[in-house]
Design a protein around this ligand. Sequence first.
Ligand SMILES: [Zn+2]
Length: 367
Amino acid sequence: MEADSTTYENTYHANTKVADSLPFTICPGNYKLYQDFIEDNVEKNIEYQIVERLQQFGLLPNTVKCPSSNPDCNVVCKVARVIDRVQWVCAGCGKRQPIRIGSFFFKLQCSILQVLQMTLAWCEDVDITVALQHFDVKPKVAISIYDRLDELAIKELNRQKLGGENSVVMAEMYPDCLNRLSPDTTDQPHVHRILMLADTKHISTYYRLHVIKGDPKNLHSDNMDDDEILKSEVEMVLSNMTEPGSMIVLGNNVPSIDGCVSYQNLVQHCDVDMQRFLSSRVWRQALTLCAASRDLCVAGTGAGVASGANVGVTGAGAGVGAAACALAVQRYLDASLYRLRYEDGFYDHILKLISAEFTETSASDAN
Ligand SMILES: [Zn+2]
């Protein structure tokens, strides 16, 4: 019938147009996986279909144990009048459990679909406000999803050190290096210095970006040597973030450290193309992230400008603000760096990490 076919076509059309209606750009591979999860093939309710696909993927457990542990206990998946439209029900004792038990989704106050959507948005580095408004998720819940994903990414990032035997790790200080590497075109004042590390053995360069904590601009400790504080912090970061045996090349704005090579020394042995790469191209993406991270600096927005009038009060305020936003900046840089290593396919990667980290597997096998 004509009415039905029109309806069908409209629905189909609406589904394929979702990407266009999203308020952010999305990698084709990430979008394809998302579509695979939410595709409605009309046999069962859509929530049930999504649950089955997530079980297949490993994001939800395929089986769970009954807490009653009676001999005749046997937990099965059943349609129910709950937000997920399905739940675990024990055929023996009747005990019910949420379908999300033993998973990343457990106790998140939104639908499973919304968690998938917020995760997709996080993978695409979408501003949280844009994402939560579009997907109609409460700010508190959205923040908790983004936080957990940030933490997961940072944990993975920290697993992998840069360099190794016969590998070169470059080090440079932001924003001190800016005039040489690229002109500074932003208006925001520089609150933080960021130690940039680049591992040149990866074709898409691997970076670590460390927000300097003992920043002389923000900590006014007259009886301590600022250069020494900076130097010891750089030393600590290098030993934490690089593999032993790495050849570490220090840029002109990094304090000199025993056992490291200076940039000037290295370039003497390089051809012009390599010199050009090492002096600018190798830092391109790191500089973009450092510049973007300045949007997170609350300390730089008002406190710095107003510091003339109330030196005592504003000075203290700026110190506290700088310490707080240094954490936010560090978090943003770490999560972004991890994202940068994967490009398209990151949604699949992060969902697999979530599965490995949160999904309790085959709890009933023990019986
Ligand atoms: Zn039972």
